[in-house]
Structures are given as C-alpha cells and as structure tokens.
Ligand binder design. Structure first.
Ligand code: ADP
Length: 232
C-alpha cells in the first residue's frame, strides 16, 4: 500500500528520494523506527542526534564526555556543540546527494533557526516536517521495558516485542542493553524537556505551513503510510 502511494508521490506530492525532512515528537514515539524505514526504502540518510551522541559517549571523545551527564539526567546537550555536530553531517557531500531525515534535531528554537541558516547557505530547502504525536501514557509504556541491540540497533520491548533468548538479539546475537536514560525518573524529565523546549519547535514549523501531524499510536507500518502519503 505504502509503495503504491509512493509512486503517486513521485509525481509531485509527499516523500520522494532525495527529500529533506525532520521528524519531531516526544521520546519513545517511534521517530527512530520511521527514520530507519525512510532510510531503507527511500535512501534518505538517517541522522539521529541521540545515536550520534551515544556513539561519542561510547568512544569516550571530548564531546561524548561533555554530553554524557546531560543525557543521563534527561537534559539537553548545549545548543552550540549540538548544532556544530549536526552541521558537519548535514553539509557532507553524501547527505547533500541522498537527502536526509533528521531525528532528534532540531529540538530547540535556536537549533531550528541554525538549521534554516545552514540550509540557506547551501541553497537547500526543507521539504517537510512531520510531528509524530502520542500521549504521555503511551510513550511511558513504550520506553519502560525498551531494550536495544548494541551491535545492529534492533529495538525490543519486554512486553510487546520480547527477544527469543533473554538479553540477546534475534537478528545478530548481539547483547541487548537498556539505555541509561530509559529509567522512569529520567523519562519523566525527558517528557518535561520535550514540552518546554521542543513543543515550540513544532509551532515554529506549523506557522511556516510546513507541518504534517501523524498519529503515533498506530502500528509502525500505518505511521509510515501516513508520513509518505502526506495526509493529516
Ligand atoms: P529520545 O528517545 O529522548 O528522543 P534521543 O536518542 O533522541 O532520545 O536523545 C537522547 C538524549 O541525547 C537527549 O535526552 C539529550 O540529552 C541528547 N540530545 C539528543 N538530541 C539533542 C539535541 N538536538 N539537542 C540537545 N540534546 C540532544
């Protein structure tokens, strides 16, 4: 179904190869899952600020050391270093050619303005901004019990998608871990930060007439269909 509609889209509407888009929404709403679909199916480069930060923490770089305490407390990493880190990737030749889907960035008005400026300087435009919405209750239940594979990134859930063997990835046998910021207290803080700092980002794009809202409580395939079909 989504593939058929995608053909229609290539005649003018919605998502196509080479598009430049932003996914915005509360933690745990499924931005990462949708961005992975868009990368696999449309070839858009998936740029997740959270994943990039976690790789920096893992590699024990200066940026990783700086970011770690913010991440562990559910707070935002300062705008300056975040913008610089994302700008480097958005400006790369590979991303210019493939198009991109931003996941987790921009998360503050300052980051949105910085993104506008960097795209302007490259004479590039955003095609659309998708807000994936869901209630606090739903995201809390999705985040509590979430586990990810340290090797391939596949996501599991203790209740809704348990791995066949405890602690091991079904796909690649890699060890599964629970993110340090997926603890209940930190999840509450991340939701608060979302309300205070990221909701204004959604309003910013709504005012520019670029926003599409999709229902994040649906299945992953249904959410994907909503995104590529450009329907509210
Ligand atoms: P979430 O599931 O909360 O959307 P992410 O994986 O996107 O998680 O981000 C994890 C953490 O990384 C955030 O809580 C924050 O500390 C940091 N982070 C990610 N993106 C940004 C950003 N654009 N600006 C500041 N901090 C960020």
């Amino acid at each position: 179904m989504a593939e058929e509609l995608l053909e229609k889209d290539s005649k003018g509407q919605g998502m196509t190869k080479g598009s430049r888009m932003i996914l915005v929404g509360p933690p745990g709403v499924g931005k990462g899952t949708q961005a992975a679909f868009l990368e696999a199916r449309l070839g858009l480069k998936h740029l997740s600020s959270g994943t990039i930060f976690r790789a920096e923490v893992e590699a024990e770089t200066d940026l990783g050391r700086l970011a770690q305490s913010y991440i562990n407390h559910g707070e935002l990493v300062p705008n300056g270093v975040t913008i610089e880190m994302m700008a480097k990737r958005i400006r790369s030749d590979e991303v210019r050619k493939s198009g991109f889907v931003l996941d987790g960035f921009p998360r503050t008005i300052r980051q949105s303005v910085a993104l506008d400026e960097m795209l302007d300087a490259m004479d590039m435009r955003l095609d659309k901004v998708v807000s994936i919405s869901a209630s606090d209750e739903l995201v809390l239940s999705r985040l509590t019990g979430r586990m990810g594979c340290t090797k391939c990134g596949e996501i599991y859930h203790a209740k809704s998608k348990p791995p066949k063997r405890e602690g091991l990835c079904d796909k690649c046998n890699g060890p599964l871990i629970i993110r340090t910021d997926d603890k209940p207290g930190t999840i509450i803080e991340r939701l608060k930060v979302f309300r205070e700092q990221t909701k204004p980002v959604i309003d910013y794009y709504r005012e520019k007439g670029m926003l599409q809202v999709v229902d994040g409580s649906r299945t992953a395939e249904e959410v994907y269909t909503q995104i590529v079909c450009a329907e509210e």
